[in-house]
Write a protein that binds this ligand. Structure first.
Ligand code: SF4
Length: 330
């Protein structure tokens, strides 16, 4: 991914956090995440609209995501102690994997477990709520040239036919001219189009609607669609969009976070640019570890230390998850 695409993706995520939905006609509660999807399809930005009360109940299961195995348990765990094989639907794979997942779920405190005459019994800690109302996928293409438009058309067509998301959008950068109609012609009419202008940094009004999407209809049966959407929403809940630092080097002395309107973007002081996650890795030839002395100085976020940056992004992610509406801090 080119540096500009990565940075654009972070800007779109931050904008969505500030200003979703783009037509401002309805208020909604939502979470924003990036680089989520299925084995076949990965979306750049994902907005999960939620029922805020139900999401508050979801918080009882902790801050971390529940993967598909854990979801299978917490969604079906009974109110009373029951042998797990009687409580849970047949998983379609060996029960020993379910037992392993039960131990994992109990260790995380998301289900209660006990042994009764050599049988593992489970009981729920709370009812897992139905907290996801809509899933919106946004594909980011800052520079929409003809070949990007063709490739995107196929991807969006796939999204439209599977209906895993309720809406799909393309976000593209304002060019100064109108977006070439010929480029947009090949896109499915069901996909919405957002035109962004981040020249002045990320602000709530930095994107406008060029084309409204249609609500997609599902091609999957309800249960498998619900399960796939929940798995996706759980990943969005656990990861948000700020976890990019996990694949970068905030422990490098040149790694900074710089304000960009109402957002913060990674900046490399050695290369004097917004670096991509691909470049900012262990293989970077300009990498230099933070001097040990920095780690004892309560350093500000510019210039490190890396741990303070990670902490800041973690705190922001937690605040965004717990507020679930236009989140104000960068
Ligand atoms: S020098 Fe390399 S590792 Fe360090 S911040 Fe810049 S891109 Fe990242």
């Amino acid at each position: 991914m080119a540096s500009s695409e990565f940075i654009y993706e972070l800007q779109v995520c931050r904008w969505a956090e500030l200003a979703w939905p783009p037509d401002d006609s309805t208020s909604s509660s939502y979470l924003v995440a990036r680089q989520l999807g299925t084995a076949r399809r990965r979306w750049d930005t994902v907005v999960v609209e939620v029922d805020p009360q139900a999401l508050a109940f979801r918080h009882q299961f902790g801050d971390r995501e529940l993967d598909s195995d854990l979801l299978h348990i917490v969604r079906h765990a009974p109110a009373e102690w029951t042998w797990y094989r009687e409580a849970l639907p047949d998983p379609g794979y060996p029960w020993r994997y379910v037992r392993e997942a039960i131990h994992r779920a109990a260790a995380r405190g998301v289900v209660s477990k006990r042994k009764n005459r050599n049988r593992i019994q489970i009981k729920r800690i709370a009812t897992y709520p139905d907290w996801v109302t809509r899933v919106i996928a946004i594909e980011n293409k800052p520079d929409l040239d003809a070949s990007a438009a063709r490739q995107l058309a196929d991807q969006l067509e796939y999204d439209v036919t599977t209906g895993l998301a309720d809406e799909v959008w393309l976000a593209t950068q304002q060019t100064g001219q109108q977006v070439e109609p010929a480029l947009l012609e090949s896109l499915p009419v069901e996909a919405g189009i957002l035109i962004t202008d981040f020249d002045g940094g990320v602000e709530a009004d930095a994107a406008s609607v060029e084309w409204y999407p249609n609500r997609l209809s599902a091609s999957m049966d309800d249960e498998s669609r619900l399960t796939r959407r929940l798995e996706l929403a759980e990943r969005a809940y656990g990861r948000g969009w700020r976890s990019y630092y996990e694949t970068m080097r905030p422990d490098c002395r040149f790694f900074e976070l710089r304000p960009n309107g109402r957002g913060l973007l990674p900046w490399c002081a050695a290369k004097q640019c917004h670096q991509s996650s691909a470049v900012c890795s262990g293989a970077c030839d300009a990498f230099e570890p933070e001097p040990p002395a920095w780690r004892i100085r309560g350093w500000p976020i510019e210039g490190g230390p890396g741990k303070a940056i990670k902490r800041l992004l973690d705190v922001r992610a937690r605040q965004a998850r717990n507020s679930t509406v236009a989140f104000d801090q960068p």
